[in-house]
Ligand binder design. Structure first.
Ligand code: NIG
Ligand code: FE
Length: 400
């Protein structure tokens, strides 16, 4: 099936010119692949297509790639939010056994069907703002059985929605209560679980939380070694609340990405640049935890570290389902340019997942598209809290 999209501006985000801007563009795809993109004046004739999609204005962009989410969990943490607003810190709540652990209890208690229904509802909300590829982490099961359940649910979200879902195993997210005082034993167990999940086809990448309230670099190193021996790529929640050298550790393991990074050091930046590790910035968590220390954007830029932006949807630090709001906050809070922020959740988001076949609009790429009723893509950064009409196509097919 050959489809021709026209009657729209196009932002290819392919890095050649600002936005890859084509004021009056057309795009042709054969099946799931883009075969031609350019100005309408040079477009292939209608007869070259089986279907012509007349867009009537607006801007066509690559489908958004949300490269960091924790979409599968039970319960919520609204009461914890109220406590934080009264001055109790995120770290303090975690140390009291709340925080991630409270979501672990709710997740373990939830049925597969409940987890799946919640995750599908959240994925559909992301789709209404242009998401066509989604990373979903485990990390609220923290047992072999419950982490595997969450990863299966994540896979099922892909089947139910048609989105590409990349699953990331995050058993080293927090220490489960049954391992209290035995963090090294827990890491031993995690290293035994990974091959079994991998054998079941549940894991596309492995993540960990390297932080004083989670796991130390030596423990993360062991998880990474186990992942790498299975041929699985790694990524890391690094330098969110303190500098523990996580980003450099991730880079030593050729990590796809290091995420958060408010406390990232120069050494970490150099290591990430050398390894090609993407910096995934999470303005939702920065905002919701009322952080004040900015990730070192100017130094990341100067070092040529690719910068992605993601929602980090999770119940504790970023309960947002709005990638467009993340584009806005990436600009206002983190000081990215609108073009960097949009590239961060398209081209660089794809890079953070190791997906070379999407995130830009050019021949050979998957026809994953998002069309917004706006005049220019900078409007995605500008009009915060608005919901421009949006249509998406995954591998050439319009999503429901
Ligand atoms: O990406 N930093 C660790 N993990 C999540 C938050 C988890 C939670 O609070 O439930 C994050 O911010
Ligand atoms: Fe996260």
């Amino acid at each position: 099936m050959r489809r021709l999209w026209r009657g729209t501006a196009i932002a290819t985000m392919d890095g050649g010119s600002p936005w890859g801007w084509i004021p009056d563009g057309a795009l042709l795809a054969d099946g799931d692949r883009i075969t031609w993109v350019g100005p309408a004046s040079a477009s292939p004739p209608d007869q070259a297509a089986d279907v012509v999609i007349e867009l009537g204005g607006g801007v066509l962009l690559p489908g958004l790639v949300d490269a960091h989410t924790h979409l599968v969990y039970g319960g919520d943490r609204a009461a914890e939010f109220e406590r934080r607003l009264q001055g109790v810190s995120y770290e303090q709540i975690a140390r009291e056994g709340g925080g991630i652990r409270s979501t672990v209890a709710a997740t373990r208690a939830a049925s597969d069907d409940t987890l799946l229904a919640g995750a599908i509802r959240r994925a559909r909300a992301l789709m209404t703002e242009g998401v066509t590829t989604l990373e979903i982490k485990s990390g609220y099961g923290l047992s072999e059985h419950d982490e595997a359940r969450c990863l299966r649910v994540a896979r099922a979200v892909g089947t139910a929605t048609g989105l590409t879902v990349r699953t990331t195993a995050l058993p080293a997210h927090a220490l489960p209560p049954e391992y209290e005082g035995r963090a090294d034993d827990y890491i031993d167990a995690v290293c035994q679980w990974l091959p079994r999940w991998h054998a079941e086809g549940l894991v596309d990448a492995v993540d960990a939380f390297c932080e004083r309230i989670a796991f130390c670099p030596a423990q993360v190193e062991r998880v990474f070694s186990a992942a790498r021996s299975l041929g699985l790529p790694v990524k890391l929640h690094a330098e969110q609340l303190s500098d523990s050298g996580g980003a450099a550790l991730a880079a030593r393991h050729a990590a796809l990405s290091a995420d958060h990074l408010e406390w990232l050091s120069d050494e970490g930046i150099v290591a990430m640049a050398a390894a090609g590790t993407v910096a995934v910035l999470l303005p939702g968590a920065f905002h919701f935890l009322r952080e004040t220390r900015l990730p070192p954007i100017a130094r990341l830029r100067a070092a040529g570290v690719p910068i992605a932006v993601a929602t980090d949807h999770n119940p504790g630090s970023s309960p947002t389902l709005s990638p467009l709001l993340m584009i806005h906050l990436a600009c206002t809070l983190l000081r990215l340019t609108p073009e960097e922020a949009v590239a961060g959740i398209t081209r660089e988001g794809a890079r953070a997942l190791g997906l070379a076949d999407r995130g830009t609009l050019r021949p050979g790429q998957r026809a994953d598209l998002a069309h917004f009723d706006i005049d220019h893509p900078r409007a995605l950064a500008y009009a915060f809290g608005q919901h421009p009409a949006c249509r998406t196509w995954v591998a050439g097919q319009e999503t429901a």
